[in-house]
Design a protein around this ligand. Structure first.
Ligand code: CP3
Length: 348
């Protein structure tokens, strides 16, 4: 596969020197953009938007037209896999929910591994279109939820819950939980492989909810399935693990073999750098709340992060979590300009 002209992201992920720090933004295609609101209205719903490859491709291209970003990300959601497993996904005001959550041994046994080119074919089509539009210019990121994060949604049946049900499964029937994680591990591996075949230059695993586990439970239920996927995919396509709440376990996440760890805003970037050393690149971690500060303060916060990283190799600038719908799109222009303008040479 030919590599994109702008290879800054790929170089940073491999901890190679760069002329400047690459930047992209989690949820860069989304509700803060008026053109996205318009496109979603045209599609009728968020799910229709995801399921119509031409529109999903257009959503991913919107921020690329407006901004000088160093990567595009597939427009989709992490819940496509459970949806393809037949759980009946819906998005309401309260967020995602499933008509048929997974609670019993029978529910787990019934789950099949979706064929990424059949049930999830619309995702691969969106990826192919995006790659065709952009692949020569900038890298395209494919993604999936981590098995643990997908399992939390599948068992709880909705978001913003207190995780009572998945915790009960973990305590009372950990074999069943492992069986569920095994099916998801296989599904995620196939899904990411298919995205790579359709043009993804980088793949990213979103472990949104690993942070609710601690110690051995984090290792067993969150990290181990990720490790298996990273290992199975191999190093040819760089692999990012976004570990929200994983700040205490960076060494352990490094050991999965990923090229980069996405860190949230609660972690100190310099401390994270010190801990992982040269084993992994780091992606992050501006507080999403900084996007709503007056422009000069936003610029200062971005500079502070870059200074903290000291211009070393292996940094991908991003927020610590997705950009929120209340952000003024002009703030993103200012942020990107500030990151592009930064001259590590001036630190010496
Ligand atoms: O980063 C990107 O621009 C790529 C697209 C992307 C979306 N969701 C689009 C989306 C990605 C990578 C995700 C990941 C995702 N989805 C995660 C992991 C990271 C995170 O944000 O925590 C999770 C937990 C989900 C599940 C999900 N999807 C929730 C909880 C919600 C509702 C709440 C919210 O933040 O919007 C969604 C909806 C969603 N996913 C939207 C978008 C653009 C908003 C849909 C809309 O237009 O209303």
């Amino acid at each position: 596969m030919s590599s994109p002209q702008n290879a800054r992201l790929l170089r940073a992920l491999r901890r190679q020197p760069n002329d400047r720090t690459p930047i992209w933004i989690m949820r860069q295609a989304g509700r803060y953009l008026p053109e996205y609101q318009e496109l979603r209205a045209r599609a009728g719903s968020f799910l229709n938007l995801c399921r119509t490859p031409e529109l999903a491709c257009e959503a991913a291209l919107q921020p690329m037209r407006r901004y000088s970003l160093d990567a595009a990300i597939l427009f989709s959601d992490i819940l496509t896999i459970p949806d393809a497993m037949g759980l009946g996904l819906a998005f309401t005001e309260e967020g995602p929910s499933f008509a048929h959550p997974v609670r019993t041994a029978k529910d787990v046994t019934r789950l099949g591994v979706p064929d990424p080119n059949q049930e999830l074919g619309y995702v691969m089509e969106a990826m192919s279109l995006l790659h065709r539009e952009l692949g020569q210019k900038v890298p395209v990121i494919g993604f999936s939820g981590s098995p643990w994060t997908l399992a939390t949604y599948m068992v709880e049946g909705k978001s913003r819950s207190d995780f009572v049900l998945i915790r009960a499964m973990l305590e009372e029937n950990s074999e069943l939980l492992e069986q569920l994680l095994d099916v998801l591990t296989e599904a995620v591996e196939l899904y990411l492989r298919a995205q790579m075949a359709a043009g993804a230059d980088v793949v990213m695993l979103f472990d949104r909810w690993g942070g609710i586990l601690e110690g051995e439970q984090y290792t067993r239920f969150s990290v181990r399935p990720i490790h298996r996927i990273i290992e199975a995919l191999g190093p040819e396509t760089p692999r990012i693990v976004y570990a929200r709440g994983g700040g205490e376990c960076l060494t352990e996440i490094c050991m999965t073999g990923c090229e980069a760890i996405g860190i949230d805003e609660t972690v100190s970037l310099s401390a994270a750098r010190e801990e992982v050393g040269t084993r992994c690149a780091l992606q992050g971690n501006l507080d999403p709340a900084a996007m709503c500060l007056p422009e000069e303060e936003l610029r200062a916060a971005a500079r502070a992060l870059l200074v903290e990283y000291e211009g070393q190799a292996g940094h991908v600038f991003n927020l610590g979590h997705g950009i929120t719908p209340d952000v003024n799109p002009d703030q993103v222009t200012a942020l990107i300009e500030e990151v592009h303008r930064f001259d590590p040479g001036a630190l010496a």
